[in-house]
Design a binder for this molecule. Sequence first.
Ligand SMILES: Nc1ncnc2c1ncn2[C@@H]1O[C@H](COP(=O)(O)OP(=O)(O)OP(=O)(O)O)[C@@H](O)[C@H]1O
Length: 582
Amino acid sequence: MIPDETADDIQIAAEAQQRLAVQALAPAYVPACPGAGKTHVITLRHLQSPTRLLRQGRALISFTRVARDQMAQRCRQAGRSDLLHAPHFVGTLDSYLWEFLVKPLRATQPVPRLLESWSNVKAPVQGMDREISLHRFPMVLDPAVEPVRQGVAWNNVDRDTKRLLEKSEYDRGEWEAAALKTRDSWCKLGYFTGHEARYLALWNLRRPGRAAKLLPQLLSRFAEVVVDEAQDCSGADLAILEMLHDAGLPLVLVGDPDQAIYAWRGAQPAALQRLATKLTSAPVPLTGNWRSSPVICRLASTLRAGHRPPDTAVLREDDIPVVVLPTRFAGTGSNHRHASTSNGVVKAFRDVAQQYDIEAVDCLVTAYKYATLPGITREKQNTNQITSLAWARTVAHTEGATSAELTRACAVAVRVLFGYWFPGEVGSAERLCAAHGISLQQANRTAFTFLHSLPPPHKEWATDVWQAMKAWPAPSGVTPQHTKGRLAGAPVVARQAKATGVRTNIVHQLKGDEADAIMLILPDDGNVQRWAQGDPSADELLRVWYVAITRARRLATLAVPEEEAEDMAQMLTQYEVPVRIV
Ligand SMILES: Nc1ncnc2c1ncn2[C@@H]1O[C@H](COP(=O)(O)OP(=O)(O)OP(=O)(O)O)[C@@H](O)[C@H]1O
């Protein structure tokens, strides 16, 4: 227990750091530890804006819609909805690039639209010997060359797609060319994704004539651009930001390089450091952790490059030790067993949390991969429509499904219903809704009730779905054509885990999230050696573990293979982390 006076001093010092970050003049770099209150600082910075109408605004840029919504909500709660509108901008990097560096130079017809992913439209790659959707080919950019090189990120193609490709007569080069050609044909129809937004932003900024049309507007609109989670910037993102800085746009980069977990998607923490140094010689660090207990700060420091000392726990004085759960891992997440009780590992975790008065709703289970995670099965990204719909139906019937899952589930059902109602019409749900005078909200409501009405998936489920689609009240003006849009095949249905009341999600979906108790599932052998000897600056998995445990406020639990439990506890004890095996 920290004496009161010291606790006060710690809080005062942490608040002083936050104040400096709120007031720092742009260009600025704010490297921050986990739980440092980055969102808090960024929003406060924005809330300082005068209420009178300004000629110039501030852009708050994040990587996810969740982060964007969080900042927007805080502005609204403070009674400052005005800060969400022009001249300000609060949104994702994709939408910022699109809005200010791409769209102004596009033809107005066909109306250019930014999609979250190619999976939002039905876009099979054309001219090949089997049907594979465009979204199954993740794209990558190399901004180091001019013109920017783009291609398929083969390392990130999922296993199912790789299997399909192996059976194809065409080789990877031919698939890549076909995917890019199909993509180009969608761009001609006015559709783009974040990848194209980056490509075109770079294209425009690197051509003086085009840049001259964009930059003056941008510079007069924004007095400052704040980028949150800057450690997730890809090489292309950083190249764009650097050009904006060179053009005189004041940037504020806020991020935690230790939490960089997107290198596989092109994030470049080292390049971020270079840009940060170019922005300022005096970064404004945040080293107070307002979220986690001292034990968790200490545990986290063992997973940091250079083994820097633990961050200061500002508020929490808990001394709950780290709990190691010896576990017998099974092929699927829901069958992992706690070794000493043979209970499911989630139940064991809940029992431990309960000992510390932590309720199930304040617990969070996480793992690197969906496959090892107990609980609701993830929508398989690249599966056939009937299986996607079966997943969506399961979500609609699952208590505790997250809003992101529900949104995805409704989108799947909207696509299925629209495929039947508007056969032959291409385009996103938004575009079809607009064309047929249906509000997206109405479409989502219909989709949800439709999903909810469907019987549980089984082998002959496609027939039930077809009957339901035909019987479902259609909006006026729809023109179904016989069996067009009918789903074929049998769904691959995953077993639904017993409801535990505990949230589960993969680490990559936990950015910015937090919970009183976290259980990190570490099913592979060799965890201890990797933890003790690995280099977090080179080993992204260690950074993924770091992100996971730093979501915890009070209790961090590690489920490790039974034979590794003792070694794990010993290793943590050597680092002076209080630990117990349960
Ligand atoms: N000045 C403050 N006073 C009280 N609570 C604070 C303060 N700053 C931050 N917090 C709280 O600390 C917690 C962590 O803040 P936040 O989520 O903004 O951190 P973060 O820097 O985004 O962390 P991470 O990068 O780990 O997600 C939140 O619960 C937030 O409400």
